[in-house]
Design a protein around this ligand. Sequence first.
Ligand code: F6R
Length: 245
Amino acid sequence: MMTVRIFEDHDSLSAAAADMIIDTVIKKPAAVLCFATGNTPVRTYQWLIEKARQSNTSFSSCFCIGLDEWAGVPPNKPGTCHYLLHQQVFDPLGIQPAQIHLFDGMNAAIQDECSKMDEIIETRGGIDCMVVGIGLNGHIGFNEPGVDVSLKAHDQVLMESTLASGQHYFNEPTPISRGITLGMAQVLKANRLLLLANGKHKAPIIQKALEAAVSNEVPASYVQLCDNAMVLLDREAASELSTWN
Ligand code: F6R
């Protein structure tokens, strides 16, 4: 069963998430870490950098992977997961290229790209700590409603709502239609899964994901069954829950 924690605001939620990442790395310096992008974890990553500095935590032995990527968009284009993770996490923490593996959205052989990621996760003994957000349709990564939750890395045609919110990450109109993502099988197997959500706009989907029946129509609802999952919410995102209020 998942754990749910409710925080006063986005800042305190983010500080707690950063503490859990640091704790993972202190306990296991060679931890495999997986990071989402998007608006939700931005503050977590700022806290992570600050807390790593304060606590003198070294990330020099860890290995980092990305949760997902837009297919067909060059990695260095501002707005890609590649670009944002370098800017928000890897560069400030001094994480070296040899410690990072991200999906290459430009590789036309998407199946190879997925197999490579699956193999890396397998070889390194799984993911120790994973930070994810939730989409307004209940997606995690690019696992859209209806996804086969037994899948590992795969590509996915994205829904209109995902494409529309995705467009906001880019500073110019960018053609996007597909995503490449870790599968729910990998998300649910992480030793520590941190699902973060903040803001009023996330309240209805958080209510569905945590309190309605588990269904692949809301991929995030599978966290209900996951003992290693911790859901970190601010008061606004938690405002429609009946069990925890
Ligand atoms: C991004 C990702 C997405 C986002 C989700 C929420 O790497 O995997 O699933 O986590 O769309 O996005 P925000 O945080 O912008 O509300």
